[in-house]
Design a protein around this ligand. Structure first.
Ligand SMILES: Nc1ncnc2c1ncn2[C@@H]1O[C@H](COP(=O)(O)OP(=O)(O)OP(=O)(O)O)[C@@H](O)[C@H]1O
Ligand SMILES: CC(=O)C(=O)O
Ligand SMILES: [K+]
Ligand SMILES: [Mg+2]
Length: 586
């Protein structure tokens, strides 16, 4: 590598920053595809060449290294809302302290008081997940109200996600308050009928038609292998089953039937009547995300998105597909395409897919999501042992580290926060482990990660111009070693395209749309900032926002920032952002 022989100069006002680059050999401009061999190349000239293309695409993108210190000391008179946790980190540690991987916490009885929710938010929770499988709508309404109250009164920016119950066969009563052992050879009756009191060796399933199509000799697997039975007799709709593989029966244990190594599908709809009611409930309560359980193909996602878009007030709710069935893996690309994001729900996925395949499946889903620019959450059992114990196992830490290394957008806690006794600790473990891995990929393996983040993505999205601009902007940001990327965005598109490249510096996304802000909470490395006004004059936007951040002590003199925008400008002077120069030093 001939790093010392080349450098990039960037100017804003009279400031000149000099940074070594990773390039070797005759330096090619990766920004515009024009080879640069020697001397100073005018960014202004090349910018004019592409400007017309950008305008045609309806995208005005300006990439610019701005020196914060050179901005004039004019007092801005507009408002800005940034998550109070991000604000604190910025004040204390600066841009380099910003965590990139987002955190989702499932809210349950162990963390539903205002104080507990506040502690989770202060600990770094970006999204609160409410699982509609559990508890009443009144309970969920109360939690949502508390989160909104904390956002309004304490300056947090926690988004709310509901997770649909979906249609799945599970245990509702197995005759014990907690787990019950099924011994080898013991015979049990599985029924859907309600019964008084407890009947030994009787398990009630949630769904009346659970045994439809099931034959003697079929295998009944509990929780993906926790215990197994063989069907020995059909008695009306009930099944008499003999335990072939002893294990535990837990409350709400999942039941799946297999014949000749193949799963029998129950044929229930992805979105049940209750799910639609829960969706209406969530939307009316102002939630930000709907995670759809047991998705099998893109149809249910399209149907829901269509439903939300026809009611104009609901446009902003994002729809995530949970990948947790074999069928969803078979239709993965179309599901990712149709949805606004994915949750790899490893709990149920492990029931249908051999667990040794989960790690590779997870990596592949994460890769596809990034390729198609959809945020991906990795969920379930990340720190399972912490439900009970105050420290995680080494294996759990290794699992979380791997998720972060794969550049997933978000990590999710389930029982750890919902019912566990160490929810806040679990959040801080996720925070610590992800920050450590992020630093490692950024600093110790910068070159490798830069290669991974840029080369493998290629051009694959519909809006190729925006995609190319963001790829280039991130490469610039990394190579110039800027402290932050600021993106001014109407719908969040450019912010997510920048995030897709997993840049070294954090991405501050300024938007005047509240729902865009809340939606961006799930995107890797993006700190959404709500501003009350975005002008078409980019210079004015940059001036106002930077000045305000400076006044609040969140940015310091001397920070360098790369500015990108998807706000189409009609009035701004075309020369407003022409001051990057690149040279190759021999
Ligand atoms: N709102 C709630 N009220 C009571 N218990 C809850 C609530 N949410 C979650 N839990 C508890 O926390 C555990 C973990 O929750 P989580 O939602 O992640 O898993 P789950 O019930 O297996 O369903 P899913 O497959 O949809 O994730 C649940 O088994 C349940 O006991
Ligand atoms: C999160 C979830 O639904 C699962 O892991 O099954
Ligand atoms: K669910
Ligand atoms: Mg699930």
């Amino acid at each position: 590598m001939a790093a010392a022989s080349e450098s990039v100069l960037l100017r804003f006002g009279n400031e000149v920053a000099k940074q070594p680059t990773l390039f070797s050999g005759p330096m090619k401009s990766r920004f515009l595809g024009v080879p640069v061999t020697s001397g100073a190349i005018s960014w202004a000239g090349r910018k004019r060449q592409v400007d017309s293309r950008l305008r045609l695409a309806g995208v005005r993108a300006v990439a610019e290294a701005a020196r914060v210190q050179s901005l004039s000391g004019q007092e801005p008179n507009f408002g800005m809302a940034i998550d109070t946790v991000a604000e604190e980190v910025l004040r204390g540690e600066g841009f380099s302290g910003m965590r990139k991987t987002k955190l989702v916490c499932t809210i349950g009885p162990a963390c539903c008081s205002l104080l507990e929710l506040e502690r989770l938010a202060a600990g770094g929770m970006n999204v609160a997940r409410l699982n509609m499988c559990h508890n009443s709508r009144d309970w969920h309404r109360d939690v949502i109200a508390k989160i909104k109250k904390l956002n309004e009164q304490k300056g947090f920016s926690v988004s709310v996600m509901i997770d649909t119950e979906g249609s799945q066969i599970h245990v509702v009563d197995h005759g014990a308050p907690s787990s019950l052992k099924a011994e080898e050879g013991s015979v049990w009756v599985f029924t859907s009928q309600k019964f008084e009191g407890s009947r030994p060796f009787t398990v009630r399933a949630n769904f009346e038609g659970f045994s439809q199509g099931i034959m003697v000799g079929d295998e009944l697997v509990i929780d993906g292998g926790m215990a197994s039975f063989v069907v020995v007799e059909k008695m009306g709709d009930d099944l008499r089953c003999k335990c072939t593989d002893p294990g535990l029966l837990l409350p709400r244990a999942k039941m799946s039937f297999w014949r000749n190594g193949k799963l029998s599908y129950h044929g229930l709809p992805t979105l049940s009547k209750k799910d639609w009611e829960d969706i209406d409930f969530g939307v009316s309560e102002g939630i930000d995300f709907i995670a759809v359980s047991f998705v099998s193909d893109a149809d249910s996602i399209k149907q829901l998105k269509n439903y939300l878009s026809t009611s104009s007030s609901n446009r902003s709710v994002k729809v995530l597909a949970k990948v947790e069935t074999l069928e969803s893996l078979q239709n993965l690309e179309e599901i990712v395409e149709a949805s606004d994001g994915i949750m790899v729900a490893r709990g149920d996925l492990g029931v249908e897919v051999p667990i040794e395949q989960i790690p590779t499946v997870q990596e592949e889903i994460t890769r596809i999501c990034r390729q198609l620019n959809k945020p991906v959450i990795i969920a379930s059992q990340l720190l399972e042992s912490m439900i009970e114990y105050p420290t995680p196992t080494r294996a759990e830490v290794a699992d979380v580290t791997e998720v972060v290394r794969q550049y997933a957008d978000a990590l999710m806690l389930s029982g750890e926060s919902a019912i566990g006794s160490n929810g806040q600790k679990a959040v801080s473990v996720l925070k610590m482990v992800s920050s450590r891995m992020e630093l490692w990929t950024r600093e110790e393996h910068q070159q490798a990660s830069a290669l991974y983040s840029y080369k493998k993505l290629g051009a694959s999205l519909a809006d190729r111009i925006a995609e190319a601009i963001c790829n280039s902007a991130v490469e610039m940001a990394n190579n110039l070693g800027v402290d932050a990327i600021f993106v001014y965005t109407k719908h969040g598109e450019m912010a997510s395209l920048l995030s897709r490249n997993r840049p070294n510096p954090p991405i501050f996304a300024f938007t005047n749309d509240r729902s865009v802000r809340m939606g961006l909470n799930l995107q890797w490395g993006v700190i959404p900032v709500l501003v009350d006004n975005l002008s078409e004059d980019m210079e004015a936007n940059v001036l106002k926002t930077t000045q305000l951040l400076k006044t609040k002590g969140m940015v310091k003199r001397g920070c360098s920032v790369l500015v990108v925008s998807d706000i189409f400008s009609t009035s701004a002077t075309p020369n407003a952002f022409q001051s990057i120069k690149m040279i190759t030093i021999s």
